[in-house]
Design a protein around this ligand. Structure first.
Ligand SMILES: *Cc1c(COP(=O)(O)O)cnc(C)c1O
Length: 366
């Protein structure tokens, strides 16, 4: 059986270190927002190359707290995409703001910067670009658009821990970068967790307040909420952060095996120039996606679909979300994409057998 993701395999890879780190927390005196969280924040900021990192409860909260720290809320709008985890839009709405949706670049499935001008309606205050699957959005173009129109730029890095653009880590380009540490993510907790990156002292301080009721010395100076990160997750993440580059390298090696797939039958991921794709997911595109998925499942290989339905077409959103552009790319890829098994512990033999099985599918389904 080859699953799409395998967080337990990752625990087993670092079991003795993780067990020891957890024991230390259990024997310690703080279980939330203590030394472990502070250490993770220092190490993660250094890893990303920003002045600050802030630990929060999950990646959705990270987006909400980022927006709130920028003063964005009720009555404001935020441009983003519909080809993402629902969390991107849920995080915007949790702040009180409303999303304005644009389509994608056909090659990379990331926000199409050409569509920003037209999406710039009244009350737009920020752009959230999602580095989907582990690859950079058009960071330079989006950033310069934001700069020239006085908008904040937030990077949703939930799938791109460790990815780079022009040699610099994702999460260090925008005013704020937001990360999820959901178990299957490139940097995954054994439970929920999230991180936020920024170079601004002022924003960092404000986000630390918002994550705990707006407190300074246990008095609420601004309105906040509870989005604390706990010490157990922070200790686990600190162990895994040490190995993140190595684990991402393993993902890239698996991607190279998948790159041997027959490109006349199946489109493999295109890589943006001057960037490092960290392959949170290896997503192919083909017309008979559903048939291939069934075939693989019959052979005990379990691919995923990220995502089967764009956010604006899901029941909760289909009557109430502002769409700014034609959604051609977003709506056509959702029926054609398939995520092949991808996690650092996936053996090269198993990756090779995924390739072989897909080849045999094409040989019998021409
Ligand atoms: C996982 C994910 C999130 C949200 O993360 P949670 O930790 O589940 O709240 C946000 N954006 C994207 C693109 C994601 O993949």
């Amino acid at each position: 059986m080859i699953p799409c993701a395998n967080p337990k395999a990752q625990y087993l890879s670092y079991k003795s270190e993780i067990d020891e780190a957890m024991q230390n927390v259990l024997q310690g005196s703080a279980y939330v927002l203590g030394d472990q969280v502070a250490m993770l924040e220092r190490n993660f900021a250094q890893f990303i190359g920003t002045q600050h990192a802030i630990g929060v409860a999950n990646g959705t909260d990270a987006i909400e707290i980022a927006l709130r720290s920028l003063g964005i809320g009720q009555g404001d709008k935020v441009i983003t995409v519909a080809h993402s985890a629902v969390a991107t839009v849920a995080g915007i709405e949790a702040s009180g703001a409303a999303p304005v949706i644009v389509d994608l670049e056909e090659d990379f499935y990331t926000l199409d910067p050409q569509l920003l001008e037209n999406a710039l309606v009244d009350d737009v205050k920020a752009v959230i670009a999602v580095h989907i699957y582990g690859q950079a959005s058009a960071v330079d173009q989006i950033k310069s658009f934001c700069k020239s129109h006085n908008l904040f730029f937030i990077e949703d890095c939930a799938q791109a821990h460790g990815g780079t653009f022009q040699g610099q880590r994702l999460g260090s380009f925008g005013d704020i970068g937001t990360f999820s540490c959901y178990p299957t993510k490139n940097l995954g907790a054994i439970g929920d967790g999230g991180l936020i990156s920024t170079n601004s002292d002022e924003l960092a301080q404000k986000m630390k307040m918002i994550r705990e009721y707006g407190w300074v010395d246990r008095v609420s100076q601004i309105k906040g909420r509870n989005s604390r990160l706990d010490e157990l997750q922070a200790a686990i993440l600190t162990v895994k952060l040490k190995y993140l580059d190595e684990d991402n390298q393993k993902r890239k090696e698996i991607a190279q095996i998948y790159d041997q797939l027959p490109t006349q039958n199946i489109q493999i991921p295109k890589r943006r120039e001057n960037s490092t794709h960290v392959f949170h997911l290896y997503v192919c595109r083909l017309k008979n996606r559903d048939e291939l998925k069934q075939y693989l499942e019959k052979h005990n290989i379990f691919p995923g679909i990220h995502y089967p339905s764009p956010i604006h077409l899901q029941p909760a959103y289909k009557d109430g979300i502002e769409i700014s552009s034609n959604m051609h790319v977003t709506e056509s890829i959702c029926n054609e994409i398939i995520s092949l098994p991808m996690y650092p512990e996936l053996s090269h033999e198993d990756a090779q057998s995924v390739v072989t099985t897909i080849n045999s599918f094409f040989n019998t389904h021409d």
